[in-house]
Design a protein around this ligand. Structure first.
Ligand SMILES: [Fe+2]
Length: 316
């Protein structure tokens, strides 16, 4: 392909509740500010973008995160590291700052059921790094090696729709409420190195975010549930334990229903998927642990999580 042209873009919606494929761009080549602005527009509209044929060096992927709003690097931005645990201690951290390996490979490069990271496991619905004070607005995931008919499908669900279609009683029930997002667990639900499992609700460590957020670009309301583990863990701070659990049961069942979902079920090397953590949750089906799966991920800096009932939202 020749140079990237603004008018060379084609956007093909998935036909599902979210997501679009974008054609006509090679992100390994120079992209103008206008083109970045255009992609951001399309991203805000469709929430999840798939671009095929993006064979990106890790450095380039990190540069793209910077262009889309800022590269987040573990060890800064209030990541969960503490007590002398260095980012380089984890095999998930690539040699390029800010790039994470999403992989089921061991140190010898062999696929495994379990690794230091998420391995080949199914990953439950979540919004990336909601356990940070300022979570990432977006995530970029670039496929290097992926199984053939071997699972590892990435699923996305539309949290604007989840909010909009809530029954009125639930919408009213959650107005003004907040969730404490448990920082001690990783996406597989395991307690992170340097953390201990919380014995009571009061022991849970993590930021408190509004349960509904306003998207900074679209100004629409989206549910913001984060992730959920067996307790004591993330919970609604305004409610006693049992009531919090009952309300979260209803919300999670509603928010993750199939009609809000689009699934990437045919990952190919060179695929880049970018998703908006402010408006979608994602999950992953289990991976055939006999097949290699390696992707590179970067996080794009976000802003504060703004509640629709706050003065910040009203001031916009
Ligand atoms: Fe994730």
């Amino acid at each position: 392909m020749t140079e990237n042209q603004l008018d060379g873009i084609t956007v093909i919606p998935t036909g599902k509740a979210l997501g679009a494929e974008v054609r006509g761009i090679d992100l390994a080549k120079d992209v103008s500010e206008d083109l970045i602005a255009r992609i951001k527009e399309v991203w805000a509209e469709h929430m999840v973008l798939l671009l095929r044929g993006q064979f990106l060096e890790k450095e380039r992927l990190a540069d793209l995160a910077a262009l889309f709003g800022g590269l987040m690097v573990p060890g800064s931005h209030g990541f969960y590291l503490k007590d002398g645990h260095r980012p380089g201690d984890s095999a998930r951290i690539a040699d390029v700052p800010g790039v994470t390996y999403i992989s089921n490979l061991d140190k010898e490069g062999k696929p495994q059921l379990k690794t230091e990271g998420s391995g080949s496991a199914e990953l439950l619905w979540h919004s990336d790094n909601s356990y940070m004070e300022t979570p990432p607005m977006g995530s970029l995931l670039n496929a290097v090696r992926v199984p053939t008919n071997g699972g590892g499908h990435t699923r996305f669900c539309n949290q604007y729709l989840a909010y909009e279609t809530l029954p009125d009683d639930l919408k009213q029930a959650i107005e003004g409420m907040h969730i404490k997002h448990d920082r001690s667990r990783n996406t597989s639900g395991k307690v992170r190195v340097t953390f201990e499992r919380a014995a009571t609700r009061e022991d849970v460590i993590g930021p408190v975010h509004p349960i509904v957020r306003v998207h900074p670009v679209t100004k629409k309301r989206a549910l913001y549930l984060g992730r959920r583990f067996d307790g004591p863990s993330s919970h609604i701070v305004e409610l006693p334990e049992a009531e919090s659990e009952a309300l979260l049961d209803r919300l999670w069942t509603h928010a993750t229903q199939e009609e809000f979902v689009w699934e990437q079920d045919d990952w190919r090397p060179g695929d880049l998927i970018m998703w908006d953590n402010q408006a979608v949750m994602h999950a992953r089906t289990a991976v055939d642990h006999t097949q290699a799966r390696l992707l590179h991920r970067v996080l794009v800096q976000g802003g504060p999580v703004v509640a629709p009932w706050s003065e910040d939202a009203a001031a916009e």
